[in-house]
Design a protein around this ligand. Structure first.
Ligand code: SAM
Length: 258
């Protein structure tokens, strides 16, 4: 298998060329069966879940024993994928809720949905997790300014805030990439309909891999995972079956060199 390469292949042909137990991190954003595009349309829910479980089996095979797996999906689909991963012996770490700051539908008989799920599982408990690299700002600036000077008494000890911020929780607020690219409040026509926010993928790659580790995405789309991995000095490998998206991802990767 060649690293720092995206293959224009179907996911199952791609996995045939990836070495077993060779990948440190799999971060992938597969079809959700929401029928938003041809590639996101399956003949039945049963077919969709069987197909999903089949590529997940392959993905698990490619992970190193201490590797990490992140899978995006809807909360509904994730409830089934969650059970499947447990049944495959994977170790549950987090059910991450991505508050998209966007995408509120016009639901009038239920709450509008504006979230996606990111399931975080590992193969064992000795996985990489760089919690210090993904700290987030504290909520209360006043309290933290005070605590920085005098500390806060907690269980008989003085606690001082960490200058890099607090530990990252499992509810994430990132504007969707389409929302970020709106002009005068209007969604722009983009080459890919569901690009993921770069800053969100950056958090995952920083937390669950080190420099020169191998990051795999078997549904590259516009190439977000590869672009972010390359910027963070990780090795990447992945596939995308759509030729147009594939070519676009290569263009983006070339621009990083320039
Ligand atoms: C949700 S999108 C990924 C978007 C990506 N995260 C980004 O930021 O651009 C899923 C992608 O999977 C691709 N895809 C669908 N079925 C596939 C298959 N069988 N093999 C490989 N890629 C596939 C689609 O063409 C689509 O670009």
């Amino acid at each position: 298998m060649k690293l720092d390469k995206i293959y224009n292949l179907d996911v199952f042909d791609f996995f045939d060329i990836v070495d077993d137990a060779s990948v440190d991190l799999i971060l992938t954003d597969p079809p959700y069966n929401l029928k938003k595009a041809k590639w996101d349309t399956f003949v039945s829910d049963e077919y969709f879940f069987n197909w999903t479980y089949s590529w997940i089996d392959k993905a698990i095979q490619k992970l190193k024993p201490n590797g990490s797996l992140y899978i995006f999906n809807t909360p509904f689909n994730s409830s089934f994928i969650f059970q499947y991963l447990l049944s495959r012996g994977m170790v549950f770490q987090n059910w991450i809720t991505w508050d998209k700051r966007d995408g509120m539908g016009g639901a009038k008989r239920k709450y509008s949905n504006g979230q996606e799920t990111i399931l975080f599982f590992t193969k064992n408990k000795k996985h990489t997790f760089n919690y210090d690299d993904i700290r987030v700002p504290y909520d209360s600036a006043n309290r933290i300014a005070h605590a920085t000077q005098k500390g806060i008494l907690k269980n008989g000890k003085r606690w001082y805030p960490n200058e890099k911020g607090k530990l990252c929780g499992e509810v994430w607020h990132f504007s969707s990439q389409r929302h970020k690219e709106k002009l005068n409040g209007k969604t722009q026509k983009t080459k890919h309909i569901t690009p993921k926010p770069h800053d969100m993928c950056e958090r995952i790659i920083k937390a669950s891999s080190d420099e020169n580790d191998i990051v795999l995405d078997c549904f590259m789309g516009s190439g977000t995972t590869a672009v972010v991995a390359k910027k963070l000095n990780r090795r990447y490998i992945g596939c995308e079956s759509n030729k147009e998206y594939y070519r676009w991802s290569l263009e983006k990767l070339e621009q990083i060199d320039g």
